[in-house]
Design a protein around this ligand. Structure first.
Ligand SMILES: Nc1ncnc2c1ncn2[C@@H]1O[C@H](COP(=O)(O)OP(=O)(O)OP(=O)(O)O)[C@@H](O)[C@H]1O
Ligand SMILES: [Mg+2]
Length: 510
């Protein structure tokens, strides 16, 4: 079969960073083609050259055998390319319908007069995802009122409304619940059956193996290979992605790790914690322990972390750190008490996009920053930031560049890194490794374990069951804001987590 898409020798430079350095990708119609590689390897940039939002410095793109000149999104659209970017483009104040038809020619011509036609078009695109909206399609609701996963699905529907023959999905599953992922995969499989080429990027390799036919791997902006997934295992794929380079480090690097807190070994006791979405939650976490939060997403896991961080309205209950009550009233108070929150939603929390990487990495709060500077001096602060950059393999041009110039996964690493450089006594991790590549995940796990070993209390919420099983000593399964079950280390398996999430006993599990 002659290829539908051929990209060769694609180059793109940003200042001091060669984002693409001769990347190539060849794919056929009716294929789900994974585009893989470490954070900062050029995946999103390559997607954007195809979608017309980035014009490459050089290189060739052929679609259906003919040279394609893609000077902007309009050209890409005309060639049948639609893309869903890593950063959402949903306009929160517009309705779902308005978002889906936004930028479509007819919609503009119809204007307000043909609201009904626009609605029909949006409904047709969204209807494929009906199973993800149990309460009915939210056509007339403001898109901003939807949850992150639902907004992501609207984004995909928007691309589908363009009737593409090439659909690019860049990390489209990162903020989806498992049930939503299943719905998306069904739609992608239908598209494949009807001859569409889907270019799919995800750092969750189980998804790649479940959905994709072949994978092209990028490293440092260059294509290192294309493999048939049926004939490849995970280890081989990881080797392609990270290369034969030695692991960045074995034991946690002393320079990057805070020394144990003075008076380390904390114990956190939570009693009767109640908020709008939590019901009477109680548990104890001892120093050296990683407590996982499991269950279906949206059962109060994030709310629990926010409540402990003083960012949710607590109506009853308390949390005691070594017998002393945590304030639970403001994030600033929580930070002063030594509580850190690492959010998965780096856009809204936890990052100053326009500020330099160094400043973002250096510190969790100005208060701490001033203290660290006093204690260590600016040179040491820079050293600490640099060692974290190395440790997590954050791909940067210079520490002085704004965080916004980093790739999605590298931005998330900065958010994680700054808290790990700080000296927290309690670390709350809310789906921390969303969009982070496999090698860096391992590093982050090692650091988190190291923190626990140093006596820091760690609570982890993760939508990735594999991550939960790998890191947790114990898992609390939440259901509708309450603790439904507690699994001990020995009992934690992905199967048990799924069973717990569904409130089945393992014997009945599907
Ligand atoms: N607008 C920009 N300005 C400066 N540098 C950029 C810009 N966009 C991307 N880069 C750089 O180009 C490189 C490739 O980034 P890209 O976003 O393509 O990576 P990626 O493979 O998608 O990574 P991730 O898995 O983290 O999403 C990175 O080093 C990034 O910092
Ligand atoms: Mg990317």
């Amino acid at each position: 079969m002659s290829p539908l898409l051929e990209m060769t020798g694609v180059r793109k430079r940003y200042g001091g960073v060669q984002a693409l350095d001769g990347a190539a990708l060849t794919a056929v119609r009716g294929e789900v083609h994974a585009l893989l590689g470490p954070n900062g390897s050029g995946k999103s940039t390559l997607d954007k050259t195809l979608a017309g939002t980035v014009v490459p410095d050089s290189g060739e793109i052929r679609i259906d055998g003919a040279a394609a000149r893609i000077g902007g999104p309009r050209d890409a659209h005309a060639l049948g390319v639609a893309a869903v970017y890593q950063q959402l483009s949903i306009v929160g104040d517009l309705t779902v319908t308005q978002n889906v038809v936004l930028g479509l020619e007819p919609a503009r011509r119809w204007g307000f007069l043909d609201h009904r036609a626009a609605r029909a078009r949006a409904a047709a695109a969204l209807d494929r995802f009906a199973a993800a909206f149990p309460g009915g399609l939210p056509l007339d609701r403001p898109a901003g009122s939807l949850g992150p996963g639902e907004q992501q699905i609207v984004e995909v529907a928007k691309a589908l409304a363009r009737g593409p023959r090439i659909l690019v999905l860049d990390e489209a599953t990162a903020s989806l619940h498992k049930e939503q992922v299943a719905v998306l995969f069904d739609v992608v499989r239908e598209l494949r059956a009807s001859g569409v080429l889907v270019v799919f990027t995800s750092h969750r390799l189980d998804e790649v193996f479940a959905l994709c036919d072949r994978a092209t791997v990028l490293r440092n902006g260059r294509t290192v290979g294309t493999v048939e997934l049926a004939a490849t295992d995970e280890a081989e794929l990881v080797r392609l992605m990270v290369g034969d380079a030695p692991r960045r480090s074995g034991a946690p690097a002393a320079a990057a790790r805070p020394s144990p807190s003075a008076g380390a070994a904390a114990t956190l006791e939570v009693r009767g914690l109640t908020t709008e979405r939590l019901r009477d939650v109680g548990f104890t976490v001892r120093a050296g322990e990683v407590l996982g939060l499991g269950g279906l997403q949206g059962q109060g896991q994030s709310e629990l972390l926010l409540a402990l961080f003083g960012a949710a309205r607590v109506t009853a209950g308390e949390a005691l750190l070594d017998g002393r009550p945590l304030p639970l009233t403001s994030p600033a108070g929580a930070a002063r008490a030594g509580v850190a929150l690492v959010p998965g939603d780096r856009g809204r929390q936890g990052m100053f996009a326009a500020r330099p990487i160094q400043e973002n990495l250096s510190l969790a709060s100005m208060h701490r920053r001033a203290r660290l500077r006093l204690a260590l001096g600016a040179a040491a602060e820079r050293r600490a930031a640099r060692s974290m950059v190395e440790r997590l393999g954050i791909k940067i041009g210079s520490l002085a560049d704004p965080v916004s110039t980093l790739s999605g996964g590298n931005q998330q690493k900065v958010v994680i890194g700054k808290w790990l450089l700080d000296r927290p006594r309690v670390v709350l991790l809310d789906d921390p490794t969303k969009g982070v590549d496999v090698a860096a995940k391992e590093e982050i796990y090692a650091i988190v374990r190291g923190l626990a070993d140093d006596g820091v209390v760690v609570i982890l919420n993760s939508s990735d069951n594999r991550e939960l099983t790998e890191l947790s000593d114990r898992v609390l399964v939440l259901f509708e804001g309450a603790v439904a079950e507690e699994l001990s280390a020995a009992a934690i398996t992905e199967k048990r987590l799924v069973a717990g999430a569904l409130r089945l006993t393992p014997g009945e599990s599907p």
